[in-house]
Design a protein around this ligand. Structure first.
Ligand code: ATP
Length: 316
């Protein structure tokens, strides 16, 4: 549903994205993570047809991302989503449904159902007077008024309390469960690990790791073992009435077992620990990336900064 090939975006002499390729299928949530400035928003805006790539192709549902047909079949949630503060949730969503030429009766049904699904109270209260969580939910509802197959969500849970965050993430999961294609960026790697089917780790505009969390863990992570013994062994520390030592291989576990036996004790328990996505991220994103983000003046790719295209439903 989303096909990105060789995406490159240069601002002046700076490459924000240096040649990314990935695909996202219907029903899938694909997470883009990376440090500040890695190129996540640039990637998402390019998929949403809001930025013209310097090089590469972006296709959504078989059409170029900037095709007018694509843009109405896609819901984009920007990182910051200022709303028209004097409107109510209902009037605001109707306004956007009108922009997408959704017939009024279809729009009303769709809006009420989105508001119900998002458990939005205060539907007729001025948006300037509602909570941040509710504003974010309204922005999410706005991304759905045209019933798009493809959703591009930049930090959907940014700045929300844990309860609202869980609600929003669960909602995104349900949207993917109903067959929508979701491209999603987030800083909170625990959220990404919990809801994304596949992940790309971006660093300095380059995808440095990509795949399911399990495959990334298998390739870049490490397995360690916490070995609990009834007697102290070299390197162990107390843990209640037992002792615990962390080792990195099954051979090392065997060696702990032998040392415990030699000291008249035994191994009481072994727990396996896998690297978290966060640990892998800190490792992978800390490595130097191939290529420089600086584009030299005589380089073919050094083109003028592209203006952002105005987007339907995006006031930035
Ligand atoms: N219009 C622009 N002109 C020049 N440079 C830009 C422009 N937009 C983004 N950049 C630069 O491109 C790089 C990537 O920006 P982008 O917003 O895509 O990163 P990000 O990964 O989304 O960052 P964050 O996590 O901080 O939101 C950054 O160094 C940013 O300063």
């Amino acid at each position: 549903m989303i096909r990105v090939e060789g995406l490159r975006k240069v601002y002046g002499d700076f490459a924000a994205v240096q040649g990314s390729s990935f695909a996202v299928e219907p029903g899938e949530i694909f997470g883009v993570v990376g440090p500040n400035g890695a190129g996540k928003t640039t990637t998402l805006k390019s998929v949403a047809g809001l930025l013209e790539p310097t090089d590469g192709t972006v296709r959504v549902a078989g059409r170029p991302a900037d095709d007018p047909g694509t843009r109405t079949a896609l819901g984009f949630l920007p990182e910051e989503s200022p709303l028209y503060e004097d409107m109510t949730a209902r009037s605001y969503l109707r306004f956007f449904a009108d922009l997408y030429d959704v017939p009024r009766d279809v729009a009303d049904g769709r809006i009420e159902s989105a508001l119900d699904d998002l458990e939005l109270d205060h539907r007729d209260r001025r948006l300037g007077d509602v909570s941040k969580g509710m504003k974010r939910k309204v922005a999410i509802a706005r991304s759905l008024v045209n019933d798009p197959d493809v959703l591009v969500y930049d930090e959907p849970a940014s700045g929300l309390d844990p309860l609202t965050t869980n609600y929003v993430l669960e909602f995104v999961r349900e949207l993917a469960g109903s067959g929508k294609t979701v491209l999603f960026s987030a800083h909170n790697l625990h959220h990404v690990e919990s809801i994304c089917d596949r992940v790309a780790i971006l660093n300095e505009g380059v995808i440095v790791a990509r795949g399911t969390v399990e495959s990334i863990r298998a390739e870049y992570g490490e397995t360690t073992y916490r070995v609990f013994t009834t007697v102290p062994v070299e390197g162990s520390g107390p843990d209640g009435d037992r002792h615990v030592v962390r080792v990195g291989s099954m051979d090392a576990v065997e060696s702990v077992r032998e040392r415990a036996a030699a000291a008249g004790g035994e191994v009481a328990d072994i727990r396996t620990l896998e690297s978290t996505l966060e640990e892998i991220f800190l490792d992978v994103a800390g490595r130097p990336t191939p290529g420089s983000r600086r584009v030299t003046p005589d380089s073919e790719a050094a083109r003028p900064v592209e203006a952002e295209r105005p987007a339907l439903g995006v006031e930035e």
